[in-house]
Design a protein around this ligand. Structure first.
Ligand code: EPZ
Length: 434
């Protein structure tokens, strides 16, 4: 949001004219949740890394500012390619203002602890999905020999020397798994993480760190073994894995709009949990070999039930786009959300568009309707925003989506990508009244 010359607020909204069946090809960007782990991981490298396939999204811009606040030098050397020079880290306290607005900033704690033995960050913020504790991150840091203090909105982690240990995570947590890996890479001895998360971005981070000289085995299983090394090598290039959540968003958009979409630059293995459910909905999914998948849906989707789970279960981050497809499916579908306490806020917005969804705590019932009708709606988080765009594309009439800053956090060129598939979508500025 910005001020206009008369002092009023100007806000951006996305306006979608329905009702379009998406058709064509879309190329997927690098994974947000891998990139926000790899960028801070470069702190562990006392040298220069070139990171390719970095998505151009606001979370990455925010991360670059945070890294610059501790002395990292970052240069964009081509589209989606950053040169990151972490030789001169001169500050162990990252901007509290920036880190507290941004969830993935907690990776600075593990990375700075690993490199400098000391980190101070703001208590991380992020999308409002319900309680987001850090007890498992803290437990892991302490088991590696660090002291952790949390007060006045800050977290301070400190260690004279980190010593590898066996760490059992009480909950399967992406963030705690990554933070433990970051802290353990340069520690003395062996660290094992039991009950580790298995998401593709965990594997991608391990691949990056191993390429730089770390010794990590088992990423992608629930037991990760890290043999500490004295240092990581100085210079190398790494390309971020394609974003399976972005790919899944377009797969579900094809299903919900009864379209025919080829999704390029994706790893089809990562899409199996989504593929299985959309096939159950009656869509055709064709693996085109290499790095592409085609999703075609000619009939009204069938009702289905899903439960969100850690990878390789159905991802919580695709629950809202799946909810849109369910809202116009034939019959009543059920979603059990097992990761976040508050991920059904978008259902109220879909109900404004004529959906019939009843959400109770972590369960929601989607009684399929024939069609949605355009309305003004508000994104409550990143994935909710993407879901509302899909709803606008399939609805009759005009949908105006507010709070677009959430969407910009994680989707690169989202309007352009949907426009290339035939959607009538644009971003416009609006003067806020009052
Ligand atoms: C990551 O969040 C993703 N964010 C989220 O994506 C995603 O929804 C989530 O993993 C689950 O897949 C990033 O990668 C930056 P968790 P994270 O720790 O790491 C509980 C998106 O839209 N928990 O795996 O914060 C927690 O409350 C975003 O791209 C503890 O109890 O998630 C939750 O119920 C939103 N204690 C569950 O574990 C802890 O110490 C899983 O959280 C840590 C987590």
């Amino acid at each position: 949001m910005e001020n206009d010359t008369n002092g009023g607020n100007i806000l951006e909204k996305i306006v979608v004219e329905g009702k379009t069946k998406l058709k064509g090809e879309v190329t997927i960007s690098g994974a947000k949740n891998a990139a926000v782990a790899i960028l801070p991981a470069t702190i562990l490298v006392n040298g220069i890394c070139i990171i390719e396939n970095v998505p151009e999204i606001s979370d990455i811009k925010a991360y670059c500012k945070i890294l610059e606040s501790i002395g990292v030098k970052i240069r964009k050397i081509a589209k989606n390619t950053l040169e990151i020079d972490s030789r001169n880290i001169n500050n162990i306290e990252a901007s509290i203002d920036l880190t507290s607005k941004f969830r993935a900033s907690y990776y600075l704690a593990g990375a700075l602890l690993g490199r400098c033995g000391h980190a101070i960050i703001g208590m991380p913020g992020g999308c409002k999905l319900g309680a987001r504790p850090m007890d498992q991150h803290i437990k892991a840091f302490e088991l590696l020999g660090a002291t952790v203090e949390t007060e006045q909105g800050k977290i301070e982690v400190k260690a004279d020397k980190l010593q590898g240990n066996s760490i059992y995570l009480d909950i399967v947590s992406v963030g705690a798994t990554i933070n433990t890996m970051l802290a353990a890479v340069l520690a003395d001895g062996v660290t094992t993480i039991e009950n580790a998360a298995k998401e593709p971005h965990i594997v991608d981070l391990a691949n990056f760190l191993n390429k730089m000289g770390a010794n990590i085995m088992g990423a992608g299983t629930d037991r990760i073994r890290i043999q500490g090394v004295p240092e990581l090598k100085k210079n190398d290039t790494y390309s971020v894995v394609p974003d399976q959540i972005e790919a899944g968003t377009f797969m579900l958009a094809a299903v919900a709009t009864r379209g025919d979409v080829i999704i390029r630059n994706c790893i089809t293995k990562h899409l199996e949990p989504i593929t299985a459910k959309i096939v159950e909905m009656g869509a055709e999914v064709e693996d085109l070999g290499g790095d592409a998948i085609r999703v075609k849906c000619t009939n009204r989707p069938n009702k289905i039930n899903i439960k969100t789970l850690p990878y390789p279960g159905f991802p919580t981050d695709l629950q809202p786009p799946m909810g849109v497809a369910m809202s116009i499916a034939d019959g009543t579908s059920v979603i059990n959300e097992s990761i976040w306490d508050s991920r059904f806020q978008y259902t109220e917005e879909l109900n404004r568009m004529g959906a019939k969804i009843t959400a109770q705590g972590k369960v929601a019932f989607f009684e399929g309707v024939d069609n949605l009708i355009g309305a003004p709606v508000y994104a409550s988080d990143l994935r909710a925003g993407a879901a509302l765009i899909i709803a606008g594309i399939l609805a009759e009439g005009t949908t105006q989506i507010y709070n677009v800053e959430y969407i910009d956090r994680g989707y690169e060129n989202i309007e352009e990508k949907f426009r290339n598939l035939g959607a009538k979508i644009e971003r416009v500025e609006e003067k806020e009244e009052g």
